[in-house]
Design a protein around this ligand. Sequence first.
Ligand SMILES: NC(=O)c1ccc[n+]([C@@H]2O[C@H](COP(=O)([O-])OP(=O)(O)OC[C@H]3O[C@@H](n4cnc5c(N)ncnc54)[C@H](OP(=O)(O)O)[C@@H]3O)[C@@H](O)[C@H]2O)c1
Length: 284
Amino acid sequence: MTLGLGTMTILKRGQEEASSILRTALEEGITHFDTADVYANGAVESLIGQTFSPEDRARLFLASKGGNRMNATGTGWTWDPSHDYLKHACMESLNRLETHYLDLYYVHGGTIEDDIDASIQAMEDLVAEGRIKAYGLSSIRPNVIKHWLEHSNISYLMTPYSLLDRRIETLLPALQEKGVKLVARGPLAKGLLTPEWDSRLQSTDQFEQYDHGALERLLPELAKYPLPAVALQAVDSKADIVLAGASSVSQLRANIESMRETLPAGAVETVLGLCPVHPYTDHL
Ligand SMILES: NC(=O)c1ccc[n+]([C@@H]2O[C@H](COP(=O)([O-])OP(=O)(O)OC[C@H]3O[C@@H](n4cnc5c(N)ncnc54)[C@H](OP(=O)(O)O)[C@@H]3O)[C@@H](O)[C@H]2O)c1
């Protein structure tokens, strides 16, 4: 199973539920856990560190992200992808996660104006020092993604990828040429691609390239197939890791079952046919 757990929203219903989400995921065979220093100001990383034992750690693929420098009051952050800050941030994440190494560390965004060479050097240093096994980029910007593909040894790219946002498919050949794995974040479009699509649509003005009217036309067509199974399996057919989020154990269990569900023949191809690959229009 290539389902990973995104931990950005796990604390929504409190610490106990979040811990259960983490434990259930591992018990059900999920090993790829994605987090970041900024999720609840480090509280999600700390919870992961407290929840998993050293024996569990050996089974985990632990990924985190850095580059956002939190302010002293914990009310916000400023972007800092400098060499020294990334190295410092990684050490802080390791401390909170109670581990000596990360399987994967991402630069958490950035623009083409950054000193990207300095960020790359920080990542290379962290690999050389044994702090991280591999590094990646989390970005929505095609110009930044192309720069990292050309000038670094990234192993992973995290980017939005769902039936409602297939733009990254235009860069799949470049990723494959460099052997870079695609981690698809947001495969459920924040719940729009689940059985709750109708109620969630009521409070959604637009999602990526779709305005409310376009969503009103498309979502009922997609919902003729089992959701979220068809949404997750469509992404699974092209990405290396399907990184779904969950804010309850029941959501997590539904997503695990959906990845395993046997779909009607041709369902994935049909829904992919309903959802065009839009081109990137910004940050070219
Ligand atoms: N810049 C970055 O690097 C970046 C940005 C965003 C995310 N990420 C990573 O990617 C992960 C996934 O992102 P995401 O949270 O946007 O993805 P997502 O999987 O599209 O959405 C997750 C949300 O969908 C709802 N949901 C999940 N399963 C459901 C189910 N079975 N039925 C109904 N609703 C369900 C929940 O919303 P409710 O909580 O509202 O119920 C949940 O919080 C994050 O956790 C994080 O690790 C990275």
